[in-house]
Design a protein around this ligand. Structure first.
Ligand code: GUN
Length: 281
C-alpha cells in the first residue's frame, strides 16, 4: 500500500502561506499583480485561465485579464507584452499556450521580460536553471519538488528517472532533481528497454502523455511514483500516464490523478508571482 501524495492539500498549504505573504506586502503598500493573456477562445485554455484567476483571487493577487481575439497579430501581442514589461505595477506576465497558429510562440516567450517570466519558459530562465542561477522555474516541475519535499521524500543520492523530455516538464524536472543531488536519467521515445530503466528508479516521474502506460512491471517495490499525465477516458473519468490501480500496491508513495501534480502547477505560478515582487524589494 503506497502513501498517497495529496497535491490538493499541499497546494492549499502553499496558497495559504502565499496569502499571508501577500497580506504583508499589501500592508507595505505593494499590490502583487499578474497579467494573464489569452488569444482566441480555446475551451481548455479558458478553463486553465479561469483557474489561474481564481487562485489569484484566493491569495489576494490582482489579475489583469487580456482576452484577445483569435485574429490578433503577433506584432500586436508583442506590443502588449512590451507595455506590460515596462509597467512597474505588473510583476508577472503569462501568455496562455497554445497561441493561434499564425503566431510564433517562441517569439512570444522571448518577448516577455525574464524578470516577469512567471511561467519560467524564457530561454534566460531555462539557462539560469541549468547553470544553478536564480530565475523563474517552470511551475509543474517546481511543484513536483515541493510535493517530494513536503512529503519528506529524500532526493539526494536517489536514482531519479524522468520519462519525457519536454521543455516544460521533462527537461526542467531533470535539472531540478539534479540540483537536489539526485542521480538523474531522462527517458524518451527512443530509450531502449524503458521498463528496465524505470525499474531502477527510487523516484519515477512520468510525463509521457500516454494514458495508463506505466504499470507495476515498470516500478521498483517501494518507489515514489509521480504522475504528470492527465487524460479523460471514454466514460469521462480522469486518469494519468500511470496505471494507478496496478502501481499503487507496489509503490511506496504515489500521486493520484486528479489531485496530485495538477493543483501544484497553479500554486507554483502564484509562488513565482510573489517571488517576482520579493526580488524587487
Ligand atoms: N498551457 C498549458 N499549460 C500552460 C502553462 O503552464 N503556461 C502557459 N502559459 N500555457 C500553458
Amino acid at each position: 500500500m503506497a502513501n498517497i501524495i495529496d497535491g490538493k492539500l499541499i497546494s492549499k498549504q502553499i496558497k495559504d502561506e502565499l496569502k499571508e505573504k501577500v497580506c504583508e506586502l499589501n500592508k507595505k503598500g505593494t499590490e502583487v499583480c499578474l497579467a494573464v493573456i489569452q488569444v482566441g477562445n480555446d475551451p481548455a485554455s479558458t478553463v486553465y485561465v479561469g483557474n489561474k484567476k481564481k487562485a489569484c483571487e484566493y491569495i489576494g493577487i490582482k489579475s489583469l485579464a487580456y482576452e484577445l481575439p483569435e485574429e490578433t497579430t503577433e506584432e500586436e501581442l508583442i506590443q502588449i507584452i512590451e507595455k506590460l514589461n515596462q509597467d512597474d505595477s505588473v510583476h508577472g506576465i503569462l501568455v496562455q499556450l497554445p497561441v493561434p497558429k499564425h503566431i510564433n510562440d517562441e517569439n512570444i516567450i522571448n518577448a516577455i521580460s525574464p524578470l516577469k517570466d512567471v511561467d519560467g519558459f524564457h530561454p534566460a530562465s531555462v539557462g539560469a536553471l541549468s547553470i544553478g542561477k536564480k530565475g523563474f522555474v517552470s511551475c509543474t516541475p517546481a511543484g513536483i519538488i515541493q510535493l517530494l519535499k513536503r512529503s519528506q521524500i529524500e532526493i539526494s543520492g536517489k536514482e531519479c528517472v524522468v520519462v519525457g523530455r519536454s521543455n516544460i516538464v521533462g527537461k526542467p524536472m531533470a535539472m531540478l532533481l539534479l540540483r537536489e543531488n539526485g542521480t538523474v536519467t531522462v527517458c524518451h521515445s527512443k530509450t531502449k528497454d524503458l521498463k528496465a530503466v524505470c525499474k531502477r528508479a527510487d523516484i519515477l516521474v512520468v510525463a509521457i502523455g500516454k494514458p495508463k502506460m506505466i504499470d507495476a512491471s515498470y516500478v521498483k517495490e517501494g518507489a515514489t511514483v509521480i504522475d504528470v499525465g492527465i487524460h479523460r477516458n471514454e466514460n469521462g473519468k480522469l486518469c494519468g500516464d500511470v496505471d494507478y490501480e496496478s502501481v499503487e500496491p507496489v509503490a511506496g508513495a504515489i500521486t493520484p490523478v486528479p489531485g496530485g501534480v495538477g493543483p501544484m502547477t497553479i500554486a507554483m505560478l502564484m509562488n513565482n508571482c510573489v517571488e517576482s515582487v520579493l526580488q524587487e524589494i
